[in-house]
Write a new protein. Structure first.
Length: 262
């Protein structure tokens, strides 16, 4: 059976990030993609003009519907927006364990959009760390998010260790916002550098979502965390290189499916 992967995140009406980016990344990685939408955004390449939160009971209903019929081999969370949504997702994950094979879960702590709009309310950060980090297989903040979560300007290796100290089993600090073209993985007490090719492009919107979604998809295919991290870094780099800079007046969307080359 084809692996099944779900994204629990917000919708980007501009199609560049959020569940739209995740579903494209799932398809590119060879898994069946599903979604539980937690918020709708009125968004384009320049700005987020409005956010409409989905009721927590409906988020759970989406998860129940998918799990009860199709099944889930891995999951990722993206923009979760509020404390109530995070608690609903954490409650569902705790109430629906898989005793024989733990559900791989990638927690991408999306806090700010590339346009600068806040996508996580201030009072939600503590519950994100306290409830979701311990349930994750790995957390995947970018450098800015990692520093905000830890409260330090330390280098990526120290940030990754600090994120594990906060309760995450493993941490992957992505390097797209760093001067060094490497992601840093800390897992099982070991540090790993994950190099990637940096692409100078005007289309990077959705690169973080593409990275974490690809990582979740590869975990759904039962690829080890280290090699899944390498695959995710390569996919995100390729998606930026193929990015659609001509779309919109702001930061154009990445193109993980390679439609720009067709």
């Amino acid at each position: 059976m084809i692996p099944r992967c779900i994204t629990i995140a917000g919708s980007d009406s501009g199609g560049g990030a959020g569940i739209q980016a995740d579903l494209k990344a799932f398809a590119a990685a060879g898994v069946h993609g599903m979604s539980a939408i937690v918020a709708l955004t009125a968004q384009n390449t320049r700005e987020v003009t409005a956010v409409h939160e989905v009721p927590p009971w409906f988020v759970r209903a989406q998860l129940d519907a998918v799990a009860g019929d199709i099944g889930i081999d891995a999951a990722k969370t993206g923009m979760l927006f509020s404390r109530s949504i995070i608690e609903a997702v954490a409650d569902w994950l705790e109430e629906n364990p898989r005793p024989l094979v733990p559900l791989p879960l990638v927690v991408d702590p999306v806090m700010v959009a590339s346009s600068g709009a806040r996508l996580l309310e201030d009072d939600a950060v503590e519950v994100l760390v306290g409830r979701l980090f311990p349930l994750a297989t790995v957390v995947t903040p970018n450098l800015h998010e990692a520093r905000a979560l830890v409260g330090s300007d330390a280098p990526p290796a120290e940030l990754a260790e600090a994120l594990v100290d906060l309760g995450a089993p493993a941490a992957l600090v992505t390097g797209g916002h760093s001067s060094v073209s490497t992601d840093h993985l800390f897992a099982g007490g070991e540090h790993y550098e994950i190099p990637f090719e940096r692409r100078e492009a005007a289309a990077t919107h959705g690169s973080g979502c593409t990275h974490s979604a690809t990582l979740a998809a590869l975990l759904a295919r039962r690829i080890s965390l280290f090699y899944a991290a390498r695959g995710a870094a390569a996919a995100a780099s390729r998606a930026v290189a193929q990015g659609l800079a001509e779309i919109g007046g702001g930061d154009g969307p990445v193109d993980v499916l390679g439609v720009s080359a067709r």
